[in-house]
Design a protein around this ligand. Structure first.
Ligand code: S3P
Length: 426
């Protein structure tokens, strides 16, 4: 395990960076291109390990995938061929949950496995709707490995108890190959990349706010250019707001309305962030974001319908809140306990070590600021990429250096993280 030393930032962060590709969109691009008959091209594909897991799974399923360059893929899709070996999804919940939706309706059986963390994450949330559609799935008490016996599927009208893009996408992808109409309704709108891409590739899809329906559809191959990941940009947005004197531009950030919760929270906190050059790329909203150091941030309440739009950003929002006056109250986020780690427990435990005034609640946390962080401690990443990067940002405003154990896990979503930091701090 790599121990990363992080020192207090002594200079403002300046300049500009291009944020790397969105992880969620990259996964979906491979999957939908694998289903579409003919040649699709994916440009600006994520270099993270999670998306590599999806690529490997679809290669095993017989999809013809060629690299035109490190981040441009040519995919000739249309048929899936079974493999006798298990499909290894690594650390990636998106790979496992979405691929299960595709495999449930095939004419062959499949086994999906995950690493230690993924094997602890709940799969009942996809097994339940897929089973209602006629799928046959064995699990270890609702956990991976999953054994999927391919069956003919029938559309359902599913009212999901949770807002989850992974569950929604799983059901919609199963619906592409099911008879009748498949409808998914969720309590709040989660990220809608699957819906947008399905529309872009010609699927029969109907969207009415939190309710979406698909019919059995053939997809048309397309060129998909992946926009930058706002969840990766969130670390830089936070750093810019809290490192004295910073002023820089983050280019090519995906600003899909279902993902911009971090920008709303920053506005509520009084942070100086500007959205520039709004454009549409392959059906997704994209912009450049200018961020400036903001001396007087204010704590705020975050809960309810805010949560799906910033679920992955909550660890770094805790760091931001430690530098804001007053209380930041996060609620309705109990699903954070089901991520790559129990992100409520682990976050609170580690941030307390460096002096953050943070309290765990059953469904979130409360941060009281503004605090001069002391640092001088070793923090554990719990093999969780977003915790590792959040702690790095906290380290930039600690009086003494910190150490982060397991920093190499940043490779899961954002292998370029540190290199991009050095661009702004040179
Ligand atoms: C994702 C959806 C979210 C998110 C995850 C990626 C996706 O998970 O936390 O990092 O790509 O659909 P849930 O659907 O479990 O909320």
């Amino acid at each position: 395990m790599t121990l990363k030393k992080v020192l207090k930032a002594l200079k403002p962060l300046k300049g500009s960076i291009i944020i790397p590709a969105d992880k969620s969109i990259s996964h979906r691009a491979v999957m939908l291109a694998a289903l579409a008959k003919g040649k699709s091209v994916i440009k600006n594909f994520s270099q993270g390990a999670d998306c590599k897991s999806t690529l490997e799974v679809f290669k095993m399923l017989g999809t013809d995938i060629k690299f035109q360059s490190t981040d441009t893929l040519e995919i000739n899709g249309g048929i899936l061929i079974p493999s006798f070996n298990p499909y290894r999804c690594g650390n990636s919940g998106t790979t496992m949950r979405l691929t299960s939706g595709i495999l449930a309706g095939q004419k062959f059986d499949s086994v999906l496995t995950g690493d230690e963390s993924l094997s602890k994450r709940p799969m009942g949330r996809i097994i339940k709707p897929l089973t209602l559609m006629g799928a046959l799935i064995d699990s270890v008490d609702g956990h991976a490995p999953l054994t999927i016996r391919g069956k003919s599927l029938t559309g359902i009208d599913y009212i999901s108890p949770i807002a989850s893009a992974q569950v929604k996408s799983c059901v919609l992808l199963a619906g592409l190959n099911a008879s009748g109409v498949t409808t998914f309704e969720e309590p709040a709108l989660s990220r809608d990349h699957t819906e947008r891409m399905l529309k872009y590739m010609g699927a029969e899809i109907n969207i009415e706010s939190n309710r979406v329906s698909v019919k059995k559809s053939e997809l048309a191959p397309k060129t998909i250019e992946v926009v930058g990941d706002i969840s990766s940009a969130a670390f830089f947005i936070t750093a810019g707001l809290i490192v004295k004197g910073s002023d820089f531009v983050i280019k090519n950030v995906g600003i899909n309305p279902t993902r911009v919760g971090i920008l709303d929270v920053v506005k509520r906190m009084g942070g100086d962030v500007e959205v520039l050059n709004h454009r549409i790329i392959s059906g997704e909203d994209c912009a450049d974001i200018r961020v400036k150091y903001t001396e007087e941030l204010q704590g705020c309440s975050i809960g309810g319908e805010d949560i799906p739009g910033l679920i992955d950003e909550l660890p770094v929002i805790a760091v931001l809140a430690s530098q804001a006056q007053g209380e930041t109250f996060v609620s309705d986020a109990s699903d954070l306990r089901n991520k790559e780690s129990d992100r409520i427990f682990c976050l609170v435990k580690e941030l307390r070590k460096i002096g953050v005034d943070i309290e765990e609640t059953p469904d979130g946390f409360i941060v009281r600021g503004k605090t001069l962080l002391k640092g001088g401690e070793e923090l554990e990443s719990y093999h969780d990429h977003r915790l590792a990067m959040s702690f790095y940002i906290a380290g930039l405003v600690c009086r003494e250096e910190i150490l982060i154990n397991g920093f190499e896990w940043t490779k899961i979503s954002f292998p370029e993280f540190e290199k991009l930091f050095s661009v702004l701090s040179d």
